[in-house]
Design a protein. Structure first.
Length: 391
């Protein structure tokens, strides 16, 4: 077969998918194993069973391994997935259409890769109907009218194998990252439990300085552009300057808010409650990164506390428990006041030299943990870029 004959062809999803619902009348005396679909193409997950005695549904739908499934209500944010063997025989509501794949044209895994990526679900989101952001639904007929390119089956298999190799690398790095993080936590707790003296944070911190949150573009800053840090730029002990949004060229940056190497930065408010009160030290930051209004730059008394020691102390379990108690807001989002932050009691070694010795003991483990986290991030990026290039 010639190269021309083997090139990718354009198909409607209706050519490769067939809507196949398996309705089951609800028995009020039994439970039905359920599943959900993560947003942003992250796959399926088991949910608590549906109780036949309490559900308002009279009919549920059984799903089968190898089927393609999506959420009509959350299609706009990438709630698509492939039913794996572990989800075979579970039940869903009418909001989750299921489709059989024509394997003569498409491998189910390839179809999952093709559809479960941002560039595709953004296009599908434009096809949703309904009133209000959370009431928009993607109808099966509209979904099936969408067009995709399909290469020959052998090329589909090659792409699947390549992506699975990248995913295996990500999985291995994630396992190593979790292991080193657990080791770091255990070592930190062991070293700090011997510190008996407690002192309010206000005794070692001179002041907390907030940044500003101007209007930003919804993309990362390019080379030589100014960028405002997102709250995800700070993890406990790890500064991530790539987590930023570009400042428009017509907005004058607030120079005082620029991040400098050696800064201690924390989060005062975030949509993710677990980030509130996370501390990190800025190392090798690119220029033109600005603190947002959700950050504090922490000015410390270096005659009383080593900056890296403070970062470790703020991540220990006793201090994190105090931060959680001081955080206000919803169950997911939260914020902490300056007074509450400065009132936290931290374990403090009297001699700065002893503090530095403790930091030196933890440093190799922390560096390994950060290295593995970076490897995970790089594998995620490689997967996304590879998919877009190949598909």
């Amino acid at each position: 077969m010639s190269r021309v004959e083997r090139k990718s062809l354009v198909y409607r999803l209706a050519d490769v998918l067939q809507l196949n619902r398996e309705p089951v009348s609800v028995d009020r005396q039994r439970e039905y194993p359920n599943l959900g679909i993560y947003s942003f193409g992250r796959g399926l997950f088991p949910k608590p069973p549906i109780d036949g005695a309490t559900t308002s549904a009279s009919t549920l739908y059984r799903v089968r391994a190898g089927q393609f499934i999506y959420s009509r209500l959350f299609a706009f944010e990438g709630a698509f997935g492939l039913v794996g063997p572990e989800m075979d025989g579970r039940y869903v509501s009418n909001e989750y259409p299921t489709f059989d794949v024509d394997r003569a044209l498409a491998l189910p895994e390839f179809l999952g890769l093709t559809i479960c990526r941002p560039s595709v679900w953004d296009e599908l989101a434009a096809m949703t109907v309904g009133m209000g952001h959370r009431r928009q639904r993607l109808r099966p007929d509209d979904f099936l009218a969408f067009e995709i390119e399909l290469p020959p089956l052998d090329k589909q298999r090659a792409i699947i194998d390549l992506i699975q190799a990248v995913e295996a690398q990500q999985t291995n790095a994630t396992t190593a990252a979790h292991a080193t993080q657990e080791l770091l936590v255990a070592a930190r707790e062991h070293l700090l439990q011997r510190v008996d003296d407690l002192e309010p944070l206000s005794g070692v911190v001179e002041r907390l300085e907030a940044g500003s949150s101007p209007r930003c573009l919804d993309r990362p800053p390019l080379h030589n552009e100014w960028g405002v840090l997102k709250t995800s730029s700070v993890r406990a002990g790890w500064f991530r300057p790539h987590e930023a949004k570009a400042l428009p060229s017509d907005v004058t940056p607030r120079a005082r808010a620029e991040v400098r190497d050696g800064d201690i930065v924390t989060i005062r408010a975030s949509g993710s409650r677990r980030l509130v009160g996370a501390f990190c030290r800025v190392v090798s930051s690119p220029p033109r990164r600005l603190l947002s209004d959700y950050h504090w730059r922490v000015h410390v008394r270096t005659d009383r506390i080593d900056p890296d020691y403070l970062v470790e102390v703020m991540a220990c379990s006793d201090v994190r428990a105090q931060i959680e108690d001081a955080t206000t807001g919803s169950t997911t989002a939260g914020k902490v006041s300056q007074a509450s932050m400065l009132g936290l009691e931290i374990p403090l070694l009297a001699n700065v030299s002893d503090q530095r010795e403790l930091v030196a003991t933890l440093k190799p483990i922390r560096e390994a943990s950060i290295a593995y986290d970076r490897e995970v991030a790089a594998a995620k990026c490689l997967r996304a870029v590879t998919l877009e290039e190949l598909l």
